[in-house]
Design a protein around this ligand. Structure first.
Ligand code: GDP
Ligand code: MN
Length: 358
């Protein structure tokens, strides 16, 4: 299973910069004074949708700068609080485009995807509105840049786009990235082409080749697969077999499982918190089903982790918890004391979950 190391924007942009890809001037903001204005203050959380959530703010004055820093550092986005903020020169935006390169497993190639409608509304773009092309050889860059320029209707940017695709390709390959997404790719009012935002995911299996890798975003240790981004039911189980059975049971009950997650044997507070954080990225999430069969894992440890997560994550959706095995009694007492119902079987947990989905 592929583990993805998801970088924060500022980490991804450092890599872009090293690859000579144009990014806005930026700095890690000092709370006392801005280095330059106007600037954009951006929350560095490992999730998208920051713009819509109020985590990206343009500031023109020193007062606005200070107040934005204060607000954004306390703003939780999809369950994440930023450890770092980023200040960038504000761009005078003419157009916002979408451009990404990714490892496409079905075609065993590197795919370029583009959309003339970039920015915060990309979710509105239908799957087949994307321009797609695989890179099969070095000579492709010129052709791809050319057709991209046609597609975006930017005939005078042909050379810039050819150069950009080639640099992005090298950046993806040399960094063992699985995804490199520029959204928005900004065309400024004075005609510059700049990476306004960057989402980068690295292949953790290649970490041994990169002793310098040291990123703020922690990778999830567990076996995790997204099944449906729009799923309403997230699942957390221990052991691959139980995790699969849980997903199947959810689907059999007519619900839409968002993911498969095996948190493994040593489920503890950190791993449960990390798992929940990842699940919070699903926009349609209504309920999380937790199905743990405790052998080496202890039910009371899992219960404590669940309670801690509930306290720390105010926007956590309802939980349907089924625990069985070692220290079940203590777990049941702990959860009940904290107003969390404990279900005797997976079928009961699914029935409870159904009540959360109207
Ligand atoms: P995301 O919402 O997490 O993807 O964050 P982005 O970094 O993509 O920023 C969201 C949106 O904020 C962009 O699509 C722009 O519309 C806006 N934005 C970001 N940077 C700037 C900037 O420098 N100038 C202006 N005017 N808008 C910006
Ligand atoms: Mn973006």
């Amino acid at each position: 299973m592929i583990e993805r190391v998801k970088l924060l924007e500022y980490e991804a942009k450092r890599i872009l910069k090293a690859g000579s890809i144009p990014i806005p001037k930026s700095y890690i903001p000092d709370p006392n004074e801005p280095q330059f204005l106007p600037a954009v203050i951006k929350s560095q959380v490992p999730t998208g949708g920051r713009g819509k959530a109020g985590g990206v703010v343009v500031v023109n004055t020193e007062d606005e700068y200070k107040s934005a820093l204060g607000k954004i550092s306390k703003l939780e986005i999809k369950g994440f609080l930023p450890k770092t903020l980023l200040a960038e020169e504000a761009l005078a935006i003419d157009r916002e485009l979408y451009l990404s390169l990714l490892i496409d497993k079905p075609s065993a190639s590197i795919m370029v995807m583009a959309n003339s409608n970039g920015g915060v509304e990309v979710e509105e773009n239908s799957e087949d509105s994307y321009w797609k092309q695989s890179i099969t050889g070095k000579s492709d860059f010129d052709a791809i840049g050319q057709s991209l320029a046609d597609y975006y209707d930017l005939p005078d940017k042909t050379f810039v786009l050819q150069d950009l695709v080639e640099k992005l390709y090298h950046c993806l390959v040399t960094n063992d990235a699985l995804l490199l997404e520029i959204n928005p790719l900004v065309i400024t009012k004075d005609g510059q082409v700049v990476a306004g935002d960057c989402k980068m995911e690295l292949d953790d299996a290649a970490a041994f080749r990169h002793p310098d890798w040291d990123f703020e975003a922690e990778k999830t240790e567990s076996n995790f697969v997204t099944l449906d981004e729009k799923g309403t039911v997230a699942t957390v189980a221990n052991g691959a077999g139980l995790a699969m059975a849980t997903v199947d049971a959810v689907a059999d009950a007519g619900l839409v499982p968002a993911n498969f997650l095996d948190i493994g044997g040593g489920a503890n507070e950190a791993s449960v918190l990390a798992a929940f954080k990842r699940l919070m990225e699903y926009e349609g999430l209504k309920v999380i089903i937790i199905n743990i069969f405790a052998g080496i894992t202890r039910c009371d440890e899992v219960a404590k982790a669940i309670i801690a997560a509930r306290d720390q994550m105010p926007s956590l959706p309802p939980l349907a918890v089924r625990l069985a095995g070692t220290n079940y009694e203590q777990a049941a007492e702990l959860l009940t004391d904290h107003g969390i119902a404990i279900q005797p079987s997976l079928a009961d947990a699914i029935t409870a979950a159904k009540k959360e989905i109207i």
